[in-house]
Design a protein around this ligand. Structure first.
Ligand code: CA
Length: 735
């Protein structure tokens, strides 16, 4: 049983003296599981059926699917909490989930029970009226698998269907639990190749007796696909690969034959190609179609991935599949030959809208590339593609051809280039909300510049990095921090902007600017409200007509997860999971509440008249202790930095400034710093997520990284002591 809480206690008894060192590290980054009894829930069946979800209008109180309904509009008809009384909203109850890592889950609420996931793919069922734990299931993801995740040990939620709760696990399993007891009904391994760095972080979707699940990993070089399983038995029904594999092998299905013609070069299948289905999967009951959104190319750079050109189907695409057979009905590629990590995996919403004088069934998506797509979901025809954020890579999307018109020079073939949106996207997985009546979507948008540069190693000798065990975006990674700083003067500002956006006209009706770009998902309600949790730790209710702030609660911790709402016994609740991170672990996050007060993973529920409160926020002590003198010439430290950026920074932050949920290596107490090599090479803390890197780093490499980390610590210690002027360590404008 891998339960960090238990493991820590055992170690405390067994190793009283050896190492306070180990204990400090453990306590700093471990995640004790909540200690709650496990009463068996009676009659808590999770009895969501196809019929029930089709008739969701009769159950406005429930939150039946990932996006509330299968349309995934995330717009609640509830009006008990509204503009006039939202000022009386207060904390009704909260649960501390004992995690400091990133939480991203959307809960499902049905028949009085809330089902959700937390970090490490753990699944919870609680009484939605008071938060009492009904059961918890820990799939015991091997801690070392954390290294295979681009963006922390996150999970975005469960599906509930006919008495079962379905979830994907970080290590690639799909599990089915008894909704009443949390007991495992079945589990299947969804991975085609366990040596590749696949992860599951997305929520499964269910329809017509099948469970659909994809995976992530395109940053590490994997081949994307989505699989359908029989919901009752777990048997595989079909699998759809999104990109072609080795051309020496037969095509797994006919769509890949067409796709293979759009790829060039002789390495894409070795690198993996990408196109992962890591987030959005939507079932359209009206047309009996399943839509999947596919991710970026692997590597990001098309110059390396497909050197002779080509659209590289089906990267960055919205694809309609037959849910029974997995055969493709149509596709629309948002970013042909994607070059910038522009995934089309962001949440999709289904709606009916009058477009050009005709009532149409449309599909809405704001993918990372900055354009808001309105597609006719009957045939995938493009109807609109207005920019919803700052876009510099393309001038516009040609509605006749359906293709973006690229701006020359933005392909960074010849020089390092700032591009917007950056790889974080103009909008990422943080959910938007669709308000059909108002004709608006409320988007947690962002302006995130990224400096793209082809990697030195590739420019010098054309070497393609096919190593499995490291980040390989096909852009300069090792010198990333330094290159960013060199070009900081030209860097466009990064901003987070909540927008009320008209997808048909491209007009922004109102917007609210946030101090930091990385903020949470959105919920809108018929009560006239738009809720969003932000990087500053505020859960805010805005007037959906004009963006005026009507209420706010200081959650003391940054939020990414989208709020939900539901009603039980006549009481409407708003609920949200807290704790930031994800892909932002790269970026230090120093301007966030989680950095200031810690990344406390909680579940918060609010109701009118709620009077609950949270424990007082305590500032995180960031006093840099004395650093072990491990020496290091300037050249060694520089080499250590390159290695650090390539292998460590995705979690521990560029310039060794960690954001919040993961250990800041500068702050390790002096006497414990000597453990560095053991931790990195022996995997001392693999169980809690710090895997061994002995497969890819030598002892010499680790010594160089250590010299860099200690040098960085010493630099900041001297800054804190007033003996050194603080060097610029960020390209973000206002930090
Ligand atoms: Ca990506």
């Amino acid at each position: 049983m891998r339960d960090p809480g238990v493991a820590i206690e055992r170690r405390r008894q067994a190793l009283p003296a050896l190492a306070t060192a180990l204990l400090w590290l453990l306590s700093a980054c471990s995640e004790p599981a909540p200690k709650v009894e496990q009463p068996a829930g009676e009659g808590l069946a999770g009895a969501i059926t196809d019929e029930r979800i089709r008739n969701h209008a009769e159950e406005p109180d429930a939150w039946l699917a990932h996006g509330r309904t299968r349309d995934e509009q995330r717009f609640s008809p509830l009006t008990d909490i509204n503009r006039d009384n939202v000022a009386q909203l207060g904390l009704a109850w909260s649960i501390d989930l004992g995690t400091k890592r990133t939480q991203e889950s959307t809960p499902i609420v049905v028949d009085g029970v809330m089902y959700f996931t937390s970090t490490w793919s753990r699944v919870y069922a609680v009484d939605a009226k008071n938060g009492d734990l009904l059961w918890k299931y820990d799939p015991e993801v091997p801690g070392a698998w954390a290294r295979r995740s681009c963006c922390d040990v996150v999970n975005r939620g469960v599906a509930v269907y006919e008495g079962r709760v379905y979830a994907g696990t970080l290590d690639g399993r799909l599990i089915a639990l008894d909704a009443a007891t949390g007991k495992l009904a079945w589990e299947v391994d969804t991975l085609v190749d366990r040596s590749r760095f696949y992860t599951i972080t997305g929520a499964p979707r269910v329809a017509n007796g099948k469970v659909f699940i994809g995976n992530g990993g395109a940053e590490f070089g994997v081949r994307g696909y989505v699989t359908a399983y029989d919901a009752s038995s777990g048997e595989q029904v079909w699998r759809f690969f999104t990109v072609p594999g080795d051309p020496a092998e037969p095509f797994e299905h006919p769509e890949l034959e067409a796709a293979a013609k759009t790829w060039t070069g002789d390495k894409w299948w070795e690198i993996g190609a990408g196109g992962t289905v890591w987030n959005s999967i939507v079932y359209d009951a009206e047309l009996d179609q399943l839509y999947i959104g596919t991710g970026n190319g692997s590597p990001w750079s098309r110059t390396i991935r497909s050197p002779g050109g080509g659209d590289n189907l089906y990267l960055s695409s919205i694809i309609a599949l037959d849910p029974d057979t997995g055969r493709m009905k149509w596709y629309y590629q948002t970013t042909p030959s994607d070059n910038w990590d522009y995934t089309a995996t962001q949440d999709m919403a289904l709606a009916e809208m009058e477009v050009d004088g005709k009532r149409r069934k449309v599909l809405l998506q704001a993918p990372k590339n900055g354009f808001f797509y309105v597609l006719d979901r009957e045939d995938g025809r493009l109807l609109r593609a207005h920019p919803y954020t700052v876009v510099t890579w393309a001038s516009h999307v040609d509605l006749e051809t359906g293709r973006p018109v690229e701006v020359p020079g933005m392909d960074y073939r010849d020089a390092a280039t700032w591009v917007m949106p950056g790889s974080g996207g103009g909008h990422n997985w943080q959910a938007m909300s669709t308000d059909v009546e108002a004709g608006l979507v409320y988007i947690p948008s962002q302006e995130t510049p990224m400096l793209f540069k082809l990697p030195d190693e590739w420019l010098h000798d054309g070497a393609i990095d096919t190593r499995k065990a490291r980040w390989k975006p096909g852009i300069e990674l090792e010198g990333l921090g330094k290159i960013f700083l060199e070009h900081a003067a030209e860097a466009p500002a990064a901003r987070g902007v909540l927008k009320a956006f008209d997808p048909l006209t491209g007009e922004t009706r109102w917007s609210v600017e946030h101090p930091y770009y990385w903020n949470g998902g959105v919920l809108a309600t018929a009560g006239g409200l738009v809720f969003q949790g932000d990087s500053q730790g505020m859960l805010t209710a805005y007037d959906k007509d004009n963006g005026n702030k009507l209420w706010a609660f200081d959650a003391q911790v940054s939020m990414l997860a989208p709020p939900i709402t539901y009603r039980i016994d006549g009481v409407q609740y708003i609920a949200i999971l807290t704790g930031s991170g994800g892909s932002d672990l790269w970026s230090q996050g120093a301007a966030t509440a989680s950095y200031r007060y810690g990344n406390h993973g909680r579940l918060l529920a609010f109701a009118l008249g709620g009077t609950g409160s949270l424990p007082p926020a305590e500032p995180v002590d960031r006093t840099v202790p004395e650093q072990l003198d491990v020496g290091g010439t300037e050249a060694e430290i520089a080499q250590g930095e390159r290695l650090f950026t390539s292998y460590c920074a995705a979690c521990h932050g560029i310039f060794a400034m960690a954001s919040s949920g993961i250990n800041d290596l500068r702050l390790v107490p002096t006497e414990r710093q000597a453990l560095f090599e053991t931790v990195v090479l022996d995997g001392t803390f693999a169980a809690i997520g710090m895997a061994a890197f002995d497969d890819i780093l030598s002892a010499d490499d680790v010594a160089l990284i250590e010299k860099y980390v200690r040098a960085r610590g010493e630099q900041d210690r001297l800054v804190q002591a007033g003996r050194l002027e603080a060097p610029r360590m960020t390209w973000l404008d206002d930090e």
